[in-house]
Design a protein around this ligand. Sequence first.
Ligand code: OAD
Ligand code: ZN
Length: 258
Amino acid sequence: MTGPFTPGSGSMISPTLEDVLARARHVAVLTGAGVSAESGVPTFRSAGGLWEKYDPQQLATYEAFSQDPDLVWSWYSWRRETIRGVEPNPGHYALAEAASLFERFSLITQNVDNLHRRAGNPEVHELHGNIERLRCIDCGTFFHGDEAPPSKQAQRCKCGGLIRPDVVWFGEMLPANELQFAQQAAANCDLFLSVGTAAMVYPAAMLPLTARQHGAYVVEINPEPSALAHEMDECIAGASGAVLPVLIDTARRHRSMT
Ligand code: OAD
Ligand code: ZN
């Protein structure tokens, strides 16, 4: 592992990464809560993160929802309102630009917050669902977040079934098609960026390892080392909103030269 390259101490893009950015045909990116931190969306595990204040077992499991649907409903309503009140940050916009820079660009996220889409990314692969989508636990009808009043009481479908957020809770399977896409992208890319994730939740945390096993150059962007920092080719110690625009700018300069 080389680095870490600290922003402010000269160039944060190493010569090796610059070379990879110039040549890469397929770039895959995995994002986590950290990419939205600069927009004002709380992360889960950083200092002051959601899992410091709240118990995931009481809020983000199917058992929790069946025992106290109103509590889980109101927590997700609060998060949905928070997310609606923020804007994408320069990290999201840099990734939206990256989509058109490389021959192939695969954006995979663990976030449910829609900020990649709102920043203009045409294709986002959501491993943990989307907070603006809800579904009936009985008949499977989907609803949009706009149809869900920010109430403290869990809402019911016409069929009488409870409506849940269409996100992946602990102990649940990830959407099979999105996971398969992500695994294939990790196995086929030339450059893999792991951005703003603590890399502690599987199977998402497998993706950088898969990429490395298949020969991609794997780079972490995070102000703190993640649980998998030692498995990376390179770690850039910085906030995604500061690092990603520089990285994409470097790629753009090389691409316009060729
Ligand atoms: P975490 O909250 O676990 O980790 C956020 C990471 O972002 C940490 O490693 C921070 O150091 C880093 N970070 C903080 N600010 C940053 C910034 N400005 N730029 C870049 N990085 C920054 O979030 P995830 O790894 O995404 O799942 O968590 C994965 C899953 O665990 C979530 O999808 C959620 C959670 O429980 C479910 O709810 C099922
Ligand atoms: Zn129903």
